[in-house]
Design a protein around this ligand. Structure first.
Ligand code: GLA
Length: 385
């Protein structure tokens, strides 16, 4: 009897701590000022005068910023004779004007990268030597231009496969996907970054780092660089996760294993997908672009919250964010930064991936710029409320 009264009282208290409007004055970055930086990824138009509310959210809550697309190879170097630095320069200027830490994302990636970087004008794939020279020259030009403007680079993005080997895509495919040659390539790319981006942190960035087989491949990559004395300062755990995956123990294990290498651990692209997906879509989910998933009957199942997020899912989102930030906070000595991929739900790529044109709710702020219940759960973690 006594026990049930105590339990009900505890529930009441828990309910109170979740009630909205505790402290909208508390910003995310202030709540975690003793723990890690709080970042967001966005594009230059997100801070234009037409997007004043989004800009206000950025200025209030985040002290670390990543450009969504402006520093990717296809934006910077869209064709062999064109270099397009202006949008990324504007992004860096915004960060500098507002005293923010800035991530350069990303130098070497298979995606959003023009194939002319590894293909000759006659359509033939370049030789290994030509490919090594091509990435060297790209890194020299870009890192020299942004020297002193960015604080860190994601030097390589997503080169490790789910089984811990290398993904046979982009640069790796052009090189013939021989693991020994790709090892050489990875070392070469980091050596170039070390040379042309002094005083700038150098990271490896990856999704599904939590998967044990993939984690083994990432750990191997970091150790390989360290064994040769090549600088790597951190690893980004992208964290495109969902309400029910991955298991928390996998996340903890990934943080611990990466931190044990003596590198900074960054949660670099956090969002929590609330929409139904098939199992295979957890791995970026290309298969769900199949036309059959666009049929009416699938759409009703796959896009259920067009008119708003039901309260029970809002609560699940809050609970998921709470457990994730409890993990991050407990591991605050190992984590340098937690960055959300987007500012509010309307800016998230999760509305279009793995299926386009859905209404998703993966971030802490809603489309109308007001906070989700999850925002309060996150804010309350450090004070233990
Ligand atoms: C990956 C990339 C990011 C971004 C997100 C989704 O995780 O690293 O640059 O493209 O996918 O938008």
């Amino acid at each position: 009897m006594k026990k049930s009264i105590i339990i009900s009282f505890a529930f009441l208290l828990a309910g109170c701590s979740n009630q909205v409007d505790t402290k909208l004055d508390v910003s995310l970055k202030d709540a975690y000022s003793d723990s890690f930086m709080i970042g967001a990824a966005f594009s230059t138009y997100n801070f234009s005068d037409r997007n004043k509310e989004t800009r206000d959210l950025i200025l209030k809550h985040f002290n670390a910023i990543s450009p969504d697309n402006e520093l990717k190879p296809e934006s910077i170097h869209p064709s062999p004779d064109v270099w397009n630095f202006q949008p990324a320069d504007a992004f860096c200027q915004f960060g500098k004007d507002n005293g923010m830490w800035i991530l350069g994302h990303t130098l070497c990636w298979h995606n959003q990268t023009p194939a002319f970087l590894w293909t000759k004008p006659d359509g033939q794939t370049m030789s290994k030597e030509e490919i090594f020279e091509s990435i060297r020259s790209y890194i020299e030009t870009v890192c020299t231009h942004f020297l002193g403007k960015v604080d860190a680079w994601d030097v390589i993005n997503e080169i490790v496969s789910e089984d811990g080997g290398y993904r046979d895509l982009g640069w790796v495919h052009a090189l013939g996907a021989d693991p020994a040659v790709v090892d050489e390539f990875v070392k070469h790319v980091f050596r170039c970054a070390e040379k042309y981006a002094p005083n700038t942190e150098l990271y490896y960035n990856e999704f599904n780092c939590w998967r044990p087989s993939k984690l083994t491949g990432i750990v191997r990559l970091v150790k390989m660089l360290q064994a040769e004395g090549i600088r790597i300062d951190g690893v980004g755990i992208q964290a495109h996760w969902g309400l029910g995956y991955p298991k928390n123990e996998y996340i903890v294990d990934a943080i611990n294993q990466l931190a044990a290498l003596g590198v900074k651990v960054n949660i670099s692209e956090l969002d929590v997908d609330v929409l139904p997906i098939s199992k295979d879509a957890q791995v970026i989910g290309r298969s769900l672009q199949d036309p059959q998933y666009q049929l009416e009957e699938f759409e009703a199942f796959l896009d259920p919250y067009k008119d708003g997020l039901p309260e029970n899912v809002e609560n699940q989102l809050a609970a998921r964010y709470e457990e994730l930030f409890k993990i991050f906070y407990e591991h605050r000595n190992q984590i340098a930064r937690v960055t959300f991929w987007g500012v509010h739900d309307g800016t998230s790529w999760k509305n279009d991936s793995p299926i386009s044109h859905r209404t998703n709710y993966p971030l802490l702020f809603k489309r109308d710029f007001t906070p989700h219940k999850a925002y309060y759960s996150v804010i309350n973690v450090p004070s233990g409320k």
